[in-house]
Ligand binder design. Structure first.
Ligand code: T3D
Length: 266
């Protein structure tokens, strides 16, 4: 599929794909085309075994300003804006679920403001490398909406219930330094160093045992919802799968031979 609003770049030979939201004139706000193309690009990355780490970033000065407020179409009966629940169920929710269920690491390189569903997109990624001037805004309340696209689930888990509620009901921007202190950002770097720092991390993760990382993600997703006994049981199942894979054998051989492992990701 040829895309109009996302750019795809594969780093030669290292297993890292970068998806860049590319509507800089609208701060990469989600119009229908961008939503469709991002879902397609995410699904393609999830399927492609050659992609062992995915980076999501934005073109220009923003990461993503959420729903394009100039692009919401009115319903056919003239009764106001089209269905919000359908917009979420058909477009945003599949986007978030594809990232959360993709069994490979996904890094958000947050180059600038991440607002509304754009903030949710960053929250859904496994790691956030953040430019020092970037901000996170739960913009929903400013327009009389409720946090969506996973924000009510992910934000309290990342920063705690009290802070999440404060951010949701004030709509105040959270700066990069505060995001780091709260654990929402994994690292903060100068804007000009963002892509290099992200690629260093992505390249490292793409050389890691991808299958084990995928199973780790699956187990942690599940552990958010279950009791300790169930989490322990599920960990045992995941370990059974990881331990029977070639990367475990390679990891142990490398340890014995005192050399760096060469993981295939299988
Ligand atoms: O289907 C559904 O609708 C349900 C799902 C909802 C999910 C959501 O994401 S709801 C939340 C939607 N997003 C927002 O409410 C954020 C709106 N934008 C802002 O608050 C601010 O633009 C920012 C804080 C993100 C950035 O502020 P600033 O001062 O750096 O930039 P700016 O001047 O406001 O924006 C620059 C341009 O981008 C401007 O266009 P112009 O005047 O130069 O032609 C502005 O209109 C445009 N822009 C920014 N955000 C959006 C946008 N255009 C359309 N939609 C946007 N969300």
């Amino acid at each position: 599929m040829a895309y109009e609003t996302v750019l795809i770049e594969d780093a030669q030979g290292v297993g890292v794909r970068t998806i860049t939201l590319n509507r800089p004139q609208a701060l990469n706000a989600f119009n229908e085309t961008l939503k469709d193309e991002l879902i397609d690009a995410l699904k393609a990355a999830a399927r492609d075994k050659g992609v062992r780490c995915l980076v999501v970033t934005g073109a220009g000065r923003a990461f993503c300003a959420g729903q394009d407020l100039k692009d919401r179409t009115d319903s056919a009966d003239g009764a106001g804006p089209g269905s919000f629940s359908a917009s979420l169920r058909d477009k945003y929710n599949p986007m978030i679920m594809t990232i959360r269920t993709m069994e490979k690491p996904v890094i958000a390189a947050v180059n600038g403001v991440a607002a509304g569903a754009g903030c949710s997109l960053a929250l859904a990624c496994d790691l956030r490398v953040v430019a020092d001037k970037a901000t996170f805004i739960q913009a929903f309340v400013k327009i009389g909406l409720v946090p969506d696209s996973g924000a009510t689930f992910l934000l309290p888990r990342l920063v705690g219930l009290g802070k999440a509620f404060e951010l949701a009901v004030t709509g105040d921007p959270l700066d990069a330094g505060s995001a780091l202190t709260l654990g929402l950002a994994n690292s903060v770097v100068p804007g000009e160093a963002l892509l290099t720092a992200t690629m260093d991390l992505a390249t490292r993760l793409a050389q890691a045992p991808t299958r084990a990382i995928g199973l780790t993600k699956r187990a942690m997703n599940r552990a958010l919802l279950v009791d300790l006994a169930s989490a322990l049981d599920y960990e045992a199942d995941m370990q059974e799968i990881a331990g029977r894979g070639p990367d475990f054998a390679e990891g142990v051989s490398a340890f014995m031979e005192k050399r760096q492992p060469r993981f295939t990701g299988q």
